[in-house]
Write a protein that binds this ligand. Structure first.
Ligand code: HEM
Length: 369
């Protein structure tokens, strides 16, 4: 390592570092605001039942999502029984499993702390696609679950009329966003299918419990996506996503007038696929946002810390270095936005009063991605 270094004062208000920090901060904030608005608007939807009870007398179909006049009693009993139990077990079970995991095992910290240098991981297009997919999925999950469990969870609160008003709005949102989601799902599969093809080293990742179970100091090998992410891709995005999307399209385009059998089977698989997908997505969200230090920033800023890359995706990291990607110093905003772990605080270059660019590590600046 060369001793030749350039020192940039950290508290400067001018120059590229400050400008990049300001822009990065603004972008990060606007993304979180957007996500917060989507989630809160969707969560507040049930309130529409309180706000416009009069409209309900116009006769929104109380059966709402499930116009039972068109389907047999066997569907109703299936829905009230096994399907409800399956959906509850899958979703509540997934929340409990990851909550317990977090309480017992805790967050996986970046081994050796932050390096202070980053590499590009997700392009602008990939991040936009991801957050649109995630946003639409959240809206669909909230509206779908509230309609499915609404008789038990919302009707006692809103009353029949209130729930009816809510249901007609929620159905419209669910169907419209559902069409957008299907298009985004197809785009996501095409975009990420190549990086999710299983390789021989993925088996080793599973044998080592992904580095989550047992010895956390040994890092199982992984390409751009690790074994667990590949499993989520094929099981969640491709399999359950397709089942939910195709059955949703059948229901949308037959406008419930298809044969009784077609509607009933589509409903059954729509509920099964969606509940399974939500259960897996809960794990994905936990591991992406909470369970691993440094993962979320890749999908927010597009870049990840080099030590994170070595720890979680070593084969991918070596490949991109061989392809000529040069690590760059972490921007001050990235260092400020994410609190460094206790372990990492000693070795984090950006924690120092000044940011030191080691010219041997970061010879040239490249465009972000
Ligand atoms: C709102 C909560 C979510 C958060 C915080 C989140 C977070 C993340 C993060 C951090 C990554 C990058 C992982 C890495 O660099 O290794 C990622 C990747 C990805 N996420 Fe999410 N995600 C969320 C919701 C979703 C949902 C709902 C879906 C699907 C419906 C989804 C599908 C994907 C896909 C397809 C990838 C690309 C991974 C690959 O190469 O296959 N995400 N997510």
């Amino acid at each position: 390592m060369s001793s030749d270094s350039t020192v940039i004062p950290r508290d400067t208000n001018s120059g590229w570092a400050a400008e990049r920090a300001r822009r990065g901060g603004r972008q990060r904030h606007s993304k979180w605001w957007l996500l917060a608005v989507i989630v809160s608007v969707t969560l507040s939807l049930p309130l529409s039942g309180y706000l416009a009870p009069a409209a309900a007398s116009q006769g929104a179909d109380l059966a709402g999502f499930y116009p039972e006049s068109q389907i047999s009693y066997s569907w109703s009993s299936l829905r009230e029984g096994p399907l409800t139990i399956f959906a509850l077990l899958a979703i509540a079970g997934s929340i409990l499993v990851f909550l317990a995991f977090h309480l017992f095992a805790g967050k996986v910290r970046i081994d050796g702390g932050r390096s202070g240098t980053t590499v590009p991981r997700w392009s602008r297009f990939e991040r936009l696609l991801h957050w649109l997919l995630a946003g639409s999925f959240i809206v669909l999950a909230i509206t779908g679950l509230s309609l499915f469990f609404g008789r038990y969870a919302l009707m006692p609160l809103l009353g029949e009329r209130g729930f009816s008003t809510y249901a007609s709005g929620a159905i419209w949102i669910h169907e419209t966003i559902g069409l957008v989601f299907v298009a985004l799902l197809v785009a996501a599969i095409l975009q990420w299918i190549k990086g999710n093809l299983f390789r021989s080293y993925d088996w080793q990742w599973f044998k080592q419990g992904g580095g989550y179970i047992g010895d956390r100091n040994t890092h199982p090998p992984a390409g751009k996506a690790n074994g667990g992410e590949k499993l989520y891709f094929w099981l969640g995005i491709v399999s359950m996503g397709s089942v939910t999307a195709i059955t949703g399209l059948v229901l949308y385009f037959t406008t419930w007038t298809g044969s009784e059998g077609l509607v009933a089977w589509s409903l059954i698989f729509h509920v099964l696929g969606a509940a399974g997908f939500i259960a897996l997505a809960i794990g994905h969200v936990y591991l992406g946002a909470i369970g691993n230090e440094g993962t979320l920033e890749g999908m927010v800023s597009g870049r990840v810390d080099c030590n994170w890359a070595k720890q979680h995706h070593n084969i991918w990291y070596e490949e991109i270095l061989q392809d000529g990607v040069q690590p760059e110093p972490a921007s001050t905003s990235a260092a400020d936005a994410s609190v460094p772990s206790a372990k990492s605080s000693k070795s984090t270059a950006t924690d120092a009063a000044s940011l030191t660019i080691r010219t041997d590590d970061a010879p040239a600046r490249r465009p972000l991605s």
